[in-house]
Design a protein around this ligand. Structure first.
Ligand code: GLC
Length: 712
């Protein structure tokens, strides 16, 4: 569904008709979002001064209320708008349903590690089904910000460093949340955020300025938003930060010229939390009234909770600082989404749904499957994994072995710890007959008893508090003391299987070196414990691939695979390193991930329908091991010579392929000329003839290499 489909004749007529009846105050009311709801707010709703309510704390009903309470509270608020106000314009209830609702899925960075857009779409559909049962009709997701600096806490919420992978996941999430008809009771309006370049904050410090050229914006940061718009996303959210000196909430070039005029976006843009009034802090507005005029003119249609619009737009219009047409267009966009969301026909939620919508067997199964496929096997020395029943006495240790709520990760306000099980509990459930499990309450006890066991499974990693908004770190090492715990176990001569829970790629070279096997599980969600147990004992074969580069050290970031060659590339003459105190290159590359089986790539082929493309590129992939497994086959491209510098590699395609032992499949990618375009000197898309190299392989550093000459 493209954004242009958001324009439907009957809806446009209804919008025009309604708009013609609205007073200026009622129009401004639609641009106003509240995040609390008491008697004063009820009166504001009755007066038509509220367009949306952000359910920012836990569900309206709070934890422990009856299953239908949240829907009933939303209905009660909706009744004030829909039955008691003059024009009966329904409210849009929004909430951060980022990676699941009551069934919590892996954090989006983990979901991206599955390289499985179908499962990501399913996860969003499950989240929509559960959240809508509680009265939520709009989510502030998917977060599609590209992140190249993992010190930034919000790297956890996105799909990593690559525009192609992030665009694929962005479109999948929009399809899952909205479906083909966002008015369906179990669908919700999506919101691609935070537009744009938020992940480029200096130093990985949230909210800080970003200096990003228009070319890098267009080739790296904008594509995942474009993918959401082309998938028909109903809304976008403007980011907090300033980009190249212009705060995003006042950035008319990006919010109107690019988003509306170039891309044809027909939905509406909501500010981030109070980001409009924060234009005063940015120093581009003298006061809130200035900020209101700047933001509305730029293209921010709805004010998230700051009250800047409701308090100032009236006077700014009266004083001629804003034209009425700007306000009308903002209100038109908001009404368009409300009509398409079916709110005028179905403003209320059936409160009976909630009793059976949450945490169904199917929802849990989807969460477990996606968690399994998000887990990345980073090391497996002498195939120590899967454990199966090779070890009789296994210790399950570490600060997160018994964690429950911590498995959810950041932005999971509706997950309930009592509705999940820990890794230790899951391992106990899954352990084969005859395997004895030992649990130690502390690292001291673990060291004392470690001689009793054949192997230790050690669960280390980050608490979710180090992830998410304004949870940036200056050091990408594991939290203090954790590596020492591992070293003490290894010093006892016990083989260790390391499980890492994290909201970002951590710099853990020593931990990987010391461990016999390493599973990187991100924050895996409600079924994360079971997914890890399935992988530990071989009931599932890991297939995850890194959606971000893993650095050797904090000082190495930003580090990403699609970097430029520079005039002195590594290996040219005697340039062999970039730091005198660190080996060159990442700890582990983008796209990397192992399996319990092995795969071989053979017989690369390329065929051109015409010298100007498209090009069919293919290779055979064989499962050369003894277990069935899935491989994420990746296609990378390099444009050798162009009118601007180009990345040394760019992901242009990927396919998950399941193979039985000994089975071979030919995997084919079709490269169209549009896949070869880039942003040229004049900031316009450009396709140039010349030589291209390509690779088909298991990650961004390996694979079969070929070439073709693009001519026209
Ligand atoms: C927050 C976040 C944004 C979220 C919004 C509503 O500050 O930046 O991602 O959707 O406010 O909670």
């Amino acid at each position: 569904m493209s954004n242009i489909n958001l324009l439907r004749e009957p809806v446009e007529e209804k919008i025009n008709d309604l708009l013609s009846q609205m007073t200026k105050e009622e129009k401004i009311g639609q641009t106003n979002q509240l995040h609390a709801f008491g008697e004063p707010e009820k009166e504001a709703v009755r007066q038509g001064q509220v367009g949306s309510i952000l359910n920012a704390t836990s569900a309206f009903a709070g934890i422990g209320a009856s299953p239908s309470a949240s829907a009933e509270i939303c209905n009660a608020i909706q009744r004030v708008a829909f039955a008691e106000s003059r024009l009966k314009i329904p409210l849009l209830f929004g909430r951060d349903v980022i990676h699941g609702y009551r069934t919590v899925f892996p954090i989006p960075l983990g979901q991206a590690a599955s390289w499985n857009p179908e499962l990501v779409e399913l996860a969003a559909a499950v989240a929509a089904s559960e959240a809508s049962a509680d009265g939520i009709k709009w989510t502030f997701a998917p977060m599609v910000d590209i992140a190249r600096d993992p010190r930034w806490g919000r790297v956890a919420e996105g799909s990593g460093e690559d525009p192609y992978l992030a665009s694929t996941m962005s479109a999948a999430a929009v399809r899952g949340f909205q479906g083909t008809d966002m008015s369906a009771a179990h669908k919700i309006v999506a919101c691609a955020k935070h537009y744009v370049g938020y992940g480029g904050a200096e130093g990985g410090r949230d909210y800080e300025s970003a200096e990003i050229s228009m070319r890098t914006l267009r080739d790296i940061y904008l594509p995942s938003f474009r993918a959401a718009v082309d998938a028909g996303v109903g809304t976008l959210m403007a980011a907090f930060h300033d980009i190249n000196g212009v705060p995003m909430s006042a950035h008319r070039q990006l919010l109107t010229d690019v988003l509306r005029l170039e891309w044809g976006f027909k939905g509406f843009v909501v500010s981030d939390w109070a980001s409009i009034e924060e234009l005063v802090n940015h120093g581009v507005a003298r006061h809130r009234a200035d900020a209101a005029a700047l933001a509305l003119f730029a293209g921010v249609d709805m004010d998230m909770v700051s009250g800047t619009y409701i308090e100032n737009l009236g006077s700014m219009l009266e004083q001629g600082h804003l034209s009425p047409e700007i306000l009308d267009e903002a209100v038109r966009r908001i009404l368009r989404i409300k009509f398409l969301a079916g709110l005028f026909e179905h403003p209320y939620t059936d409160p009976r749904r909630a009793a059976t919508a949450m945490l169904t067997k199917e929802n849990r199964h989807a969460a477990c499957l996606l968690a399994q496929q998000s887990i990345v096997l980073l090391k497996n020395e002498v195939s120590i994994l899967p454990l199966e029943n090779h070890f009789r006495r296994i210790a399950i240790l570490g600060p997160h072995a018994h964690s429950r709520g911590e498995l959810f990760g950041t932005w999971s306000p509706d997950g309930r710890p009592e509705e999940t099980i820990s890794i230790a509990e899951a391992v106990k459930e899954a352990a084969p007959q005859g395997v004895e499990l030992i649990f130690a309450e502390s690292s001291d006890e673990a060291i004392r008893r470690i001689k009793e066991v054949d192997l230790a499974v050690l669960v280390l990693g980050e608490h979710p508090i180090r992830s998410g908004e304004n949870s940036n770190v200056s050091d990408l090492s594991l939290p203090p003391g954790q590596r020492q715990f591992l070293e003490a176990l290894v010093a006892q001569g016990i083989p260790v299987v390391l499980i890492v829970l994290a909201g970002r790629p951590l710099a853990i070279p020593e931990e990987i070196r010391l461990s016999k096997a390493v599973l990187y599980a991100w924050h895996p969600g409600t079924e994360g414990g079971r997914a890890l147990a399935d992988i530990l004992f071989g009931y599932a074969n890991p297939s995850g691939k890194l959606p971000v580069t893993m650095p050797r050290a904090t000082g190495q970031v930003p580090i990403y695979y699609n970097h430029k060659n520079s005039g002195r590339p590594i290996g040219w003459q005697d340039f062999a390193f970039r730091y005198v105190d660190l080996p060159h290159g990442p700890l582990l590359p983008f796209g990397y991930g192992l399996s319990y089986t092995t795969f071989q790539y053979n017989n690369l082929a390329v065929s051109a329908i015409a010298s100007s493309g498209p090009y069919d590129i293919s290779a055979e992939v064989t499962n050369t091991g003894t277990r069935s497994g899935s491989e994420v086959v990746q296609l990378y491209l390099r444009d050798l010579v162009a009118s601007v510098t180009r990345p040394v590699k760019e992901l242009k395609g990927f396919q998950r392929v399941a193979l039985k032992p000994g089975e071979t499949k030919r995997v084919t990618f079709t490269l169209k000329p549009s896949d070869l375009t880039f942003t040229g000197m004049n900031d316009l898309p450009l396709l140039e003839p010349g030589e291209f190299h390509f690779w088909v392989g298991p990650n961004s550093t390996e694979g079969l290499q070929g070439r073709f000459e693009l001519e026209f």
